[in-house]
Ligand binder design. Structure first.
Ligand code: SF4
Ligand code: MSK
Length: 644
């Protein structure tokens, strides 16, 4: 129970408050107040648990512990006084490389299983086997089908969809050595040549993940470079055969995002309505929840329950999905999920999968909130499980919404506090929306890049991490970059951080350098563009590829950088690696567990550039990191002989 019953735990909470003032934990308005409220209510949060874990295991932080077999666990002495090999003979280099690519396997598995779920629903839609979903964006369906060479002339959308579903299913299941159809359809030719030469062209997402698990089993691959190359192959497979499939099919079924106005932060919750939060990643359920919650039936039921309607808000990437397609406001990003419950004003938090804290039901136990799990693969002890299936999507969604409404009567006003803070935003900049804002072609952007009005593009992605001040690195890096005329595009929890700090408002153009500011003002857009959820990092990849092809250069030549300032998840490792594979200079703001092997560290931060054109750069200081990214962009411009 997070309702801290033992005096020992209570004293720990008080101790933490004395040790770390809440204001030093987060820069986001409302967070400090709610941490204090949580402590008063006797509820522990992620920050309390993070401190309770100190000091974290030094071997783990360096990546030099291994428990891949029962001869272990083994650990390597980083100072050379103790063991330099595991029981089987594995060195630090082998162990670090194995551990890192197992992280990539985890991230790629999460993205691709999400993609697979969406593909299954799409297959049902194509074959007319499901009522609750449909093809919403036929134009996108045709554009995607053309990429795969599927005939589209004079054909019904459902027939095109059947062919597309077949090819995508085959990408998941095929056993031959040929590249994924999706990589062939989307990757720039110049990159494919590099990947083939290096032996990292992916064959099948499942196979690349399985191969990582095989190679990292005791007694298989011990060569750090060979292991890391398989990590690159699995990450590329994720980029195309997992994440991109999710993005494209979600757009076809739920609509391709267009600019939409909304608000962000905990202040989007309302005192007098039923409040429902959708949290997780996959929109197949949350789209239905939004439909059900905004229906006349739900509004009427809420009024009968004494509320002034139903408010629905998002959290993490499910939040991003429903924000960019429906304008549903996000209540916060990853580290704020428990605080949303601690407002005492949430009737139900409906979760699908990924980035859900298993502590949520414990926090909810202190209030009246119901944590409702919906996916058979993501149950949490203490939560209510209401299983979702595409065939019964509408019924399940309405049942869940009704459960939330019925719970309104259990709200305890004395335990309720909603911070007032919220911020206006514009989200929904899919690549299609960006091209449309530019008048139907990328040409104006290319001209602005060439003449230096916009110096470069930075893709900022990823999570929150309790190791650093919440949202500080996201916001600081973003402000530094736009001040230097670098257009920022991004996804995931960065997008929600940027929104809560006013960086997704067109007015944020005031913070940009002269060139970027004028462009934003003339187009009426913010200097930071919300491109979606974690899987939508592939929208950024598609943008980079389209720009490179239009300029007839390879992707590493572009004045483009990537950053994951506060990353924590395995998915972020996979994303960072597929950006690296596209030749992007990728900044990491929290230190990956690789420093126990100078060999692996050097490969990732130096040698890899010779093979792929990009490399990782690790810097926790956001100002220094931004400066380096600006320098990299200027260097790329110099090489292109563009003004810098
Ligand atoms: Fe130890 Fe080797 Fe087994 Fe890892 S695989 S636990 S290093 S014996
Ligand atoms: S939700 S993976 S904390 S971005 Fe996509 Fe945020 Fe990272 Fe989860």
């Amino acid at each position: 129970m997070a309702v801290i019953k033992e005096s020992k735990k209570n004293s720990k909470i008080e101790y933490l408050l004395r040790k770390v003032p809440a204001k030093d934990v987060s820069i986001t308005p409302g967070v400090a107040e709610l941490i204090e409220k949580a402590e008063r209510d006797g509820v522990e949060t992620v920050w309390h648990r993070f401190l309770a874990q100190q000091p974290q295991c030094g071997f783990g932080l360096l990546g030099i512990c291994c428990r891949n077999c029962n001869l272990g666990p083994c650990r390597i002495d980083p100072f050379g006084y103790g063991p330099t090999r595991g029981v089987c003979g594995a060195t630090a280099d082998t162990i670090v490389a194995r551990n890192l690519i197992r992280m990539i396997a985890g991230g790629a598995a999460a993205h691709s299983d999400h993609g697979r779920e969406v593909a299954h629903v799409f297959h049902l839609v194509a074959h007319g086997k499901v009522k609750g979903y449909k093809i919403t964006d036929t134009e996108k369906l045709i554009a995607v089908a053309k990429r795969y060479g599927i005939p589209t002339e004079n054909r019904k959308p459902k027939d095109i969809a059947k062919d597309l579903a077949e090819i995508i299913f085959n990408d998941f299941g095929k056993q031959d050595e040929e590249p994924l159809a999706t990589t062939e359809a989307y990757a720039p030719e110049s990159r494919k040549r590099v990947w083939i030469k290096l032996g990292v062209m992916p064959r099948n997402i499942d196979r690349e993940i399985v191969e990582i698990m095989h190679r990292t089993h005791i007694g298989v691959d011990a060569d750090p470079l060979n292991l890391l190359l398989q990590g690159v192959r699995a990450a590329i497979a994720d980029g195309f055969g997992g994440s991109l499939i999710a993005t494209e099919l979600q757009d076809i079924m739920f609509g391709t995002p267009k600019p939409v106005k909304s608000e962000a932060n905990l202040g989007v919750l309302k005192e007098d309505t039923v409040n429902i939060i959708v949290h997780g990643h996959v929109p197949v359920l949350s789209e239905k929840i939004v439909e059900a919650a905004t229906s006349k039936e739900a509004q009427k039921l809420a009024e009968e329950a004494g509320a002034k309607g139903v408010t629905i808000a998002g959290m993490c990437c499910t939040g991003n999905e429903v924000l960019m397609r429906r304008g549903i406001p996000p209540a916060g990003n990853f580290l704020m999920q428990e605080l949303a419950v601690a407002t005492g004003a949430v009737e139900a938090m409906i979760v699908d999968y990924q980035c859900l804290m298993p502590s949520l039901p414990d926090v909810a136990a202190c209030y009246h909130t119901k944590i409702i799990t919906t996916m058979p693969i993501a149950k949490i002890p203490g939560a209510v499980h209401m299983e979702f299936s595409p065939e019964k999507a509408d019924e399940v969604a309405m049942e869940i919404v009704k459960t939330a409404i019925e719970n309104f009567k259990n709200r305890v006003p004395a335990k309720m506090y909603i911070p007032k803070d919220k911020m206006d935003l514009v989200a929904g900049f899919s690549l299609e929306a960006i091209v449309s804002a530019l008048g139907g072609t990328l040409k104006p952007l290319l001209k602005l890049l060439r003449d230096g009005t916009i110096k470069g593009i930075a893709g900022i992605v990823g999570c929150n991490n309790a190791k650093v001040i919440h949202n500080n690195s996201h916001v600081t890096i973003t402000k530094e970059l736009i001040k230097n005329d670098i257009l920022v595009v991004g996804t995931g929890c960065w997008a929600i951080a940027a929104a809560m700090h006013g960086l997704l408002k067109p007015e944020a153009a005031e913070l940009a350098g002269d060139g970027l500011r004028k462009v934003c003002e003339s187009l009426g857009i913010p200097p930071c563009l919300h491109m979606g959820s974690c899987v939508d990092c592939t929208r950024i990849l598609n943008a980079i590829s389209a720009i490179a092809e239009a300029l007839n250069v390879d992707t590493p030549d572009l004045p483009v950088v990537g950053s994951a300032p506060e990353w924590m998840s395995e998915k972020a490792v996979s994303i960072g690696t597929y950006f690296l594979a596209h030749g992007v200079f990728v900044h990491l703001g929290t230190i990956p567990p690789v420093l126990g092997s100078p060999t692996v560290t050097k490969i990732l931060t130096d040698d890899v550039e010779r093979y792929l054109g990009g490399k990782f750069y690790v810097e926790p200081d956001p100002v220094k990191a931004a400066r380096t990214m600006i320098d990299v962009i200027e260097e790329k411009r110099r090489k292109l002989r563009w003004p810098y």
